[in-house]
Write a protein that binds this ligand. Structure first.
Ligand code: FAD
Length: 359
């Protein structure tokens, strides 16, 4: 009976715990400083839009490829997961940005003739007369938008139904994880799954200095958008982006945003907020019935920090103080759309280590 402690209850930790819990032989405890329902600058998952717009630059990358079928299935068959289908438009504007992360890049989305054109059944390139003058190319396809306020608690419920136990706790060092197992001190912990996101940069025993925030400021409004749009680059600033998506089941519409690498500021900047709203009503006037910014009905302003990692996501196992630690952190802006692919790799790594001869 492998005894496993998952550190972190964001989308990476919850999906890892859920897939591990499908094996009834595993005993699993999730310990986290922040849980679904919390809003905190150290906790990225609640702030995400979240939709699926691929960012992998190589067709061989498996994380998003393996995640899409499951998120699509949830949107089609499991209404309580809080995911719905929506048309996405991705016009490629001007604006180079430094956001490459291993095999992932924000600009991966805007490549002409992208690898993901075969992933989405109705993918089509937009013709010149469907694009505005500042846009060189673009595409349209049916994707999904996740209401993170419903989806994260749904994942907790799926884990609990499989016997996973949740605890609140703050770890200073990854080796403290073993003490949180609900199996009790007499039972040795076999695996610790490290899904601490941005805070992997500060956790003792990990302290990964390649992990840095990419600040994302958003505005949540009650208005509904008829479709999702994400555009590379804006005329306003190099580190500002444009996206808009309406969450499932009354979750509001997310207007974004920014892509500010290295910035930890947790408070929304009112000037940026105004630019975000202006861009949204210019790009999609129907959002506010043609009334401009005045026609927007604001729920809240927010800031989330994407857990970016120079060199890309860390998905590997290592022994720390005699215990196997499987790392799954550093997903930057694609944590949801890669969640199942990455969690499947966590399960593989646990299986591999379980089958290795004991040291
Ligand atoms: P987190 O959600 O940050 O969770 C980390 C967990 O670890 C928390 O529970 C925390 O409390 C815990 N923890 C950390 N340190 C400790 C410690 N020392 N002790 C105990 N617990 C600890 N992704 C998409 O796929 N699609 C999108 O459309 C999208 N849009 C986004 C928009 C914005 C504005 C932002 C900010 C992000 C967006 N993302 C999107 C990215 C996505 O949100 C992240 O990649 C994802 O949430 C990362 O999840 P995580 O579980 O790895 O980390």
């Amino acid at each position: 009976m492998p005894n496993i402690v998952v550190v972190g209850a964001g989308v990476s930790g919850l999906t890892s715990a859920y897939l591990l819990s499908k094996n009834g032989a595993n005993t699993i405890t999730v310990v986290a400083k922040h849980m679904p329902g919390d809003y905190d600058i150290e906790y990225a998952s609640p702030w995400a839009g979240a939709n699926v717009l691929p960012m992998a630059t190589k067709a061989s990358s498996r994380w998003e490829r393996q995640t899409w079928p499951e998120l699509k299935r949830l949107a089609e068959e499991v209404p309580e997961a809080g995911i719905h289908k929506m048309i996405a438009g991705v016009p490629a504007g001007e604006g180079p940005r430094e956001a490459t992360q291993g095999e992932y890049a924000f600009d991966g989305l805007f490549k002409e003739n992208p690898w993901y054109k075969t992933l989405f059944e109705d993918f089509r390139e937009l013709s010149k007369d469907e694009l505005s003058r500042d846009v060189a190319s673009g595409a349209e396809f049916t994707s999904v938008c996740i209401n993170t306020m419903l989806y994260l608690p749904w994942l907790v419920g799926k884990c609990r139904a499989n016997g996973v136990v949740f605890k609140r706790g703050v770890l200073k060092h990854i080796s403290e994880a073993a003490a949180w197992s609900h199996a009790g001190g007499s039972k040795k912990v076999d695996f610790v799954i490290n899904t601490t996101g941005l805070m992997a940069s500060r956790l003792g025993g990990v302290a990964d200095q390649d992990v840095v925030p990419v600040r994302g400021q958003i505005v949540v409004v009650r208005n509904e958008a008829p479709y999702m749009v994400t555009k590379s680059g804006t005329d306003d600033a190099e580190d500002e982006v444009f996206y808009i998506m309406t969450r499932a089941a009354g979750g509001g519409t997310i207007l974004g945003g920014t892509y500010q690498k290295g910035q930890w500021e947790s408070q929304p900047d009112p000037n940026i907020a105004m630019r975000i709203m202006k861009r949204a009503v210019e790009m999609v006037p129907e959002l506010a019935d043609g009334k401009g910014v005045q026609g927007l009905d604001i729920v809240r302003h927010g800031v989330g920090l994407r857990p970016y990692r120079n060199g890309g996501v860390r998905l590997e196992k290592e022994r720390i103080e005699g215990t196997w630690v499987v790392h799954n952190y550093g997903h930057a802006g694609w944590g949801y759309q890669g969640s199942y692919g990455c969690a499947e790799r966590v399960v593989e790594l646990v299986d591999e280590a379980s089958n290795q001869p004991k040291l």
